[in-house]
Design a protein around this ligand. Structure first.
Ligand SMILES: [Zn+2]
Length: 112
Protein backbone atom coordinates (compact mmCIF):
# COMPACT_ATOMS: atom_id res chain seq x y z
CA UNK A 1 0.00 0.00 0.00
CA UNK A 2 1.45 3.38 -1.00
CA UNK A 3 1.59 6.23 1.49
CA UNK A 4 -0.81 8.14 -0.74
CA UNK A 5 -3.37 5.34 -0.35
CA UNK A 6 -2.65 5.26 3.36
CA UNK A 7 -3.42 8.97 3.70
CA UNK A 8 -6.46 8.71 1.45
CA UNK A 9 -7.78 5.92 3.64
CA UNK A 10 -7.18 7.80 6.87
CA UNK A 11 -8.86 10.94 5.58
CA UNK A 12 -11.70 8.83 4.25
CA UNK A 13 -12.18 7.27 7.67
CA UNK A 14 -12.25 10.67 9.38
CA UNK A 15 -14.76 11.94 6.87
CA UNK A 16 -16.92 8.93 7.51
CA UNK A 17 -16.84 9.58 11.25
CA UNK A 18 -18.03 13.14 10.70
CA UNK A 19 -20.65 11.92 8.28
CA UNK A 20 -22.13 9.57 10.85
CA UNK A 21 -22.04 12.39 13.41
CA UNK A 22 -23.99 14.48 10.95
CA UNK A 23 -26.49 11.66 10.48
CA UNK A 24 -27.05 11.82 14.24
CA UNK A 25 -27.40 15.60 14.15
CA UNK A 26 -30.00 15.26 11.43
CA UNK A 27 -31.98 12.74 13.46
CA UNK A 28 -31.74 14.99 16.51
CA UNK A 29 -33.09 17.88 14.45
CA UNK A 30 -35.98 15.60 13.51
CA UNK A 31 -36.93 15.06 17.10
CA UNK A 32 -36.65 18.65 18.20
CA UNK A 33 -38.64 19.80 15.21
CA UNK A 34 -36.14 22.31 13.88
CA UNK A 35 -36.21 20.49 10.64
CA UNK A 36 -35.79 22.87 7.78
CA UNK A 37 -32.20 23.94 8.35
CA UNK A 38 -29.43 21.71 9.66
CA UNK A 39 -26.21 22.73 11.35
CA UNK A 40 -23.65 20.10 10.46
CA UNK A 41 -19.97 19.52 11.04
CA UNK A 42 -17.52 20.07 8.20
CA UNK A 43 -16.75 16.69 6.61
CA UNK A 44 -13.27 17.58 5.35
CA UNK A 45 -11.58 14.74 7.24
CA UNK A 46 -9.08 16.86 9.17
CA UNK A 47 -9.13 15.52 12.70
CA UNK A 48 -8.81 19.00 14.19
CA UNK A 49 -11.58 20.62 12.14
CA UNK A 50 -14.78 21.39 14.02
CA UNK A 51 -16.17 24.04 11.68
CA UNK A 52 -19.90 24.11 11.09
CA UNK A 53 -21.90 24.13 7.90
CA UNK A 54 -25.51 25.13 7.62
CA UNK A 55 -27.73 23.81 4.89
CA UNK A 56 -31.35 23.07 4.20
CA UNK A 57 -32.36 19.54 5.08
CA UNK A 58 -33.42 18.66 1.56
CA UNK A 59 -30.00 19.74 0.29
CA UNK A 60 -28.37 17.39 2.77
CA UNK A 61 -30.62 14.54 1.69
CA UNK A 62 -29.59 15.07 -1.93
CA UNK A 63 -25.95 15.14 -0.92
CA UNK A 64 -26.27 11.92 1.07
CA UNK A 65 -27.81 10.14 -1.89
CA UNK A 66 -24.26 9.90 -3.24
CA UNK A 67 -22.09 7.84 -0.87
CA UNK A 68 -18.92 9.46 -2.24
CA UNK A 69 -20.06 13.06 -1.75
CA UNK A 70 -19.20 15.13 1.33
CA UNK A 71 -19.95 18.70 2.41
CA UNK A 72 -17.01 20.82 3.55
CA UNK A 73 -16.34 24.42 4.48
CA UNK A 74 -15.12 26.34 1.40
CA UNK A 75 -11.34 26.00 1.25
CA UNK A 76 -11.29 22.70 3.15
CA UNK A 77 -11.40 20.60 0.00
CA UNK A 78 -8.35 18.37 -0.50
CA UNK A 79 -7.90 18.22 -4.23
CA UNK A 80 -5.32 15.46 -3.93
CA UNK A 81 -8.09 13.07 -2.92
CA UNK A 82 -11.34 14.60 -4.10
CA UNK A 83 -12.97 16.71 -6.80
CA UNK A 84 -15.13 19.74 -6.19
CA UNK A 85 -18.55 19.02 -7.68
CA UNK A 86 -20.40 22.02 -6.34
CA UNK A 87 -19.86 25.38 -4.70
CA UNK A 88 -22.78 26.90 -2.89
CA UNK A 89 -23.55 29.47 -0.30
CA UNK A 90 -21.31 28.61 2.65
CA UNK A 91 -20.32 25.12 1.56
CA UNK A 92 -18.38 23.17 -0.99
CA UNK A 93 -19.42 19.71 -2.14
CA UNK A 94 -16.60 17.28 -2.88
CA UNK A 95 -16.60 13.80 -4.32
CA UNK A 96 -13.98 11.23 -3.35
CA UNK A 97 -11.58 10.11 -6.01
CA UNK A 98 -9.41 7.01 -5.99
CA UNK A 99 -10.12 3.45 -4.93
CA UNK A 100 -8.83 3.50 -1.33
CA UNK A 101 -10.96 6.47 -0.33
CA UNK A 102 -13.97 5.37 -2.32
CA UNK A 103 -13.85 1.97 -0.66
CA UNK A 104 -13.88 3.48 2.81
CA UNK A 105 -16.73 5.80 1.88
CA UNK A 106 -18.81 2.91 0.60
CA UNK A 107 -17.95 0.52 3.43
CA UNK A 108 -18.93 3.03 6.06
CA UNK A 109 -22.06 4.37 4.39
CA UNK A 110 -24.77 3.61 6.93
CA UNK A 111 -27.42 3.97 4.29
CA UNK A 112 -25.66 1.67 1.87
ZN1 LIG B 1 -13.10 21.22 7.65
Amino acid sequence: VSSHDERARRIGLNESIFRSLNEDLEKLADRTGHGSRLTLICECGRAECTDRIEMPRERYERLRADPLAFAVVPGHEQLEFEDVIGREDGLTVVRKRGEAAAEVARETDLRG
